[in-house]
Design a protein around this ligand. Structure first.
Ligand SMILES: C[S@@+](CC[C@H](N)C(=O)[O-])C[C@H]1O[C@@H](n2cnc3c(N)ncnc32)[C@H](O)[C@@H]1O
Length: 206
């Protein structure tokens, strides 16, 4: 798979990835990570975990990798990894590796996949997740793409039921999220700051 490091892109094969993963007790995969701030923060707080940010935007990942590549005393996180990929074609190296999948403030194809309850969501989770994995999803309810109604807990729960049960997950929470509960991502910070925008949170587990 293509990883983005502070020195630029390079390939990491399955055996190198497995060796890396073996050094940690669990693995977080953040899909649509954007500037990758969340996996870096998580990695700094939990140094026994591997935190992976995945995004199709290589420029944003390049900046993320530079910050993560700093010395830990200067904000770096040696246990953060950035993978360049679109969620529709996740590299096979990641298969069966995620103990926790986070998707925070998705847009474009990733958001449409969620709002339509697409089978691709189930396939993606089945590919990525370990047998006891969990999923955390936070949406900006006011940014529905064209053709979609504003998501509400009452609309989203039934839409997600089928793909999540195909992924052997059950929804444990699907509710409005207060500003103070926003995940510590860059978009979470932007939305919360004074805008009063509405967020939706979904938690699911195997
Ligand atoms: C609004 S940003 C959110 C970034 C970050 N999660 C945050 O909360 O700050 C949405 C991100 O999803 C990514 N994205 C959207 N569709 C994607 C896809 N199909 N595959 C990979 N990344 C995707 C975009 O490149 C963008 O970085």
């Amino acid at each position: 798979m293509e990883i983005i490091t502070r020195r630029g892109p390079r390939t990491m094969d399955r055996s190198e990835f497995d060796q890396l993963r073996d050094r940690f007790s669990s693995t977080l995969i953040d899909l649509g990570t954007g500037d990758g701030a969340w996996p870096r923060r998580f990695a700094r707080e939990y140094d026994h975990c591997l935190a992976i940010g995945v995004d199709a935007d290589r420029v944003a990942l390049g900046e993320a990798a530079k910050l993560a590549g700093r010395k830990p005393a200067r904000g770096g996180a040696p246990n953060a990894l950035y993978v360049a990929a679109s969620v529709e074609a996740l590299p096979s190296e990641l298969h069966g590796s995620a103990d926790w999948v986070t998707i925070y403030f998705p847009w474009a194809a990733l958001l449409r996949m969620i709002l339509s309850g697409d089978d691709a969501l189930a396939s993606m989770l089945n590919e990525l997740c370990t047998p006891r994995a969990r999923l955390s999803l936070v949406l900006n309810a006011e940014a529905a793409p064209d053709g979609f109604a504003m998501p509400t807990p009452g609309r989203l729960h039934p839409v997600l039921q089928a793909p999540l049960s195909q992924a052997r997950m059950r929804i444990v929470r699907c509710e409005w999220l207060e500003a103070q509960g926003a995940p510590p991502t860059t978009w979470g910070g932007r939305l919360v700051k004074g805008s009063g925008r509405t967020m939706l949170s979904v938690e699911a587990t195997r």
